[in-house]
Design a protein around this ligand. Structure first.
Ligand code: GN1
Ligand code: MG
Length: 363
């Protein structure tokens, strides 16, 4: 990434209409795309903030990105107010205006945004079944609240969770072999191709008019949910990818991260497996919140969704490895290959539980 002309982060924050004066700016979180910082303020009565550099190579239409996020947070805020919810500033993100009257600032090189830091809240990389149940309810409610959003949301990353498109990208990566790595990953390529048809089922059902798109979060990693000091879900964060999609996205991506007994990039594959207790708890919560608006084809497709997301992530990590690591942040040279292996192991474990998942859903 190029150095910014306003490399001094506090100069960036000063472009936004924050209360108080900046004390410190520290790295925050573990996202693979944007750069995130916590901004503390000197005055005890002033709130703290989150500063983010938007990854503009990935989110190319920042105007659309922020318009989506503003529409979503506005709508959720209104729903919460109608429900008489308290503590609304901790239940939905609040974006701060910049000098240009927008919720982002372009410094000539980078795009930035600032939001309120949610105090006394936590994210987790792993959760127990009780938290998973709550997360299921929360993501179900998130989709339900957004079902009647009046604004038309754009696709901030076109074809983001389109499996056919992701496979095409992998095949293009293989054909180009830019980093000379294809020879060493043939086993994974074969295994992925063997499942390709089955995994593109959602796109086929959509073309046949049988499967709808709804407003989804599309990045329901377990660490994108905030919990309060009592373990209650406060809100869903990381709204960059909120867009119309199949509900499979939100269901599948949560389980990909939360039901994995290992890490997304675990080097020890013995750690990685699919935890059915988390599956059952999350599914129960999700269906309690979402059953009223889901179609049978969506409910029946939930076990497929549980497999689709480790599969899709495998395809995306492997394509990035083959391309020479141009998309995801990596910490060491083989990181994307390690991620691919771990996601593939998870996929295997999900596949072994297909019948059990179906039985649970048929209930
Ligand atoms: C990225 O930014 P982060 O870490 O929440 C990615 C997701 C992947 C995830 C894999 C815009 O999410 O789609 O599932 O990494 N976001 C984008 O960990 O590509
Ligand atoms: Mg995130």
């Amino acid at each position: 990434m190029q150095l910014s002309p306003m490399n001094n982060l506090s100069n960036v924050v000063e472009r936004f209409h924050i209360q108080g004066t900046v004390a410190d700016i520290l790295p925050l979180g573990s996202g693979l795309i944007n750069d995130t910082y916590q901004v503390t303020t000197r005055e005890s009565e002033a709130p703290e903030y989150v500063l983010q550099r938007i990854n503009h190579a990935i989110f190319q239409d920042v105007e659309m990105l922020q318009a989506n996020i503003e529409a979503v947070t506005r709508h959720i805020r209104r729903k919460l107010a109608e429900q008489g919810a308290d503590d609304i500033d901790r239940r939905v993100l609040t974006f701060i205006d910049a000098d240009n009257g927008k919720t982002y600032w372009f410094d000539g090189t980078n795009y930035w945004r600032v939001m309120l830091f949610i105090p006394r809240a936590k994210t987790y990389e792993t959760v127990n079944p009780e938290y998973s149940y709550d997360a299921g309810v929360a993501f179900g409610n998130f989709q339900r609240m957004l079902a009647d959003i009046p604004d038309k949301l754009g696709e901030t990353i076109p074809n983001f969770h389109n499996m056919e498109f992701r496979l095409q990208q992998l095949r293009e990566a293989v054909a180009a072999d830019a980093a000379g790595r294809v020879g060493s990953v043939q086993y994974y390529l074969d295994e992925l191709e063997r499942r390709a048809d089955a995994m593109c089922r959602a796109e086929r059902l959509y073309r046949e008019g049988k499967l709808p798109k709804r407003i989804c979060h599309c990045d329901t990693k377990v660490n994108n949910m905030m919990f309060d000091e009592n373990g209650q879900v406060l809100c869903v964060i990381d709204l960059d990818t909120v867009m119309p999609n199949f509900i499979f996205s939100d269901f599948g991506d949560f389980l990909r991260t939360a039901a994995n007994t290992g890490a997304e990039d675990d080097q020890d594959l013995d750690h990685v497996s699919f935890n059915m207790d988390i599956f059952r708890a999350f599914t129960q919560g999700y269906l309690e919140a979402a059953r009223s608006f889901l179609l049978p084809v969506e409910i029946e497709g939930l076990p497929y969704a549980a497999a689709l997301f480790p599969y899709m992530q495998c395809v995306r990590f492997l394509a990035d490895y083959i391309n020479g690591d141009t998309y995801y942040k990596i910490q060491y040279p083989e990181h994307n290959l390690v991620r691919t292996r771990a996601q593939f192991k998870l996929l295997h474990s999900v596949e072994a539980h297909t019948a059990e998942m179906r039985a649970f859903i048929a209930g």
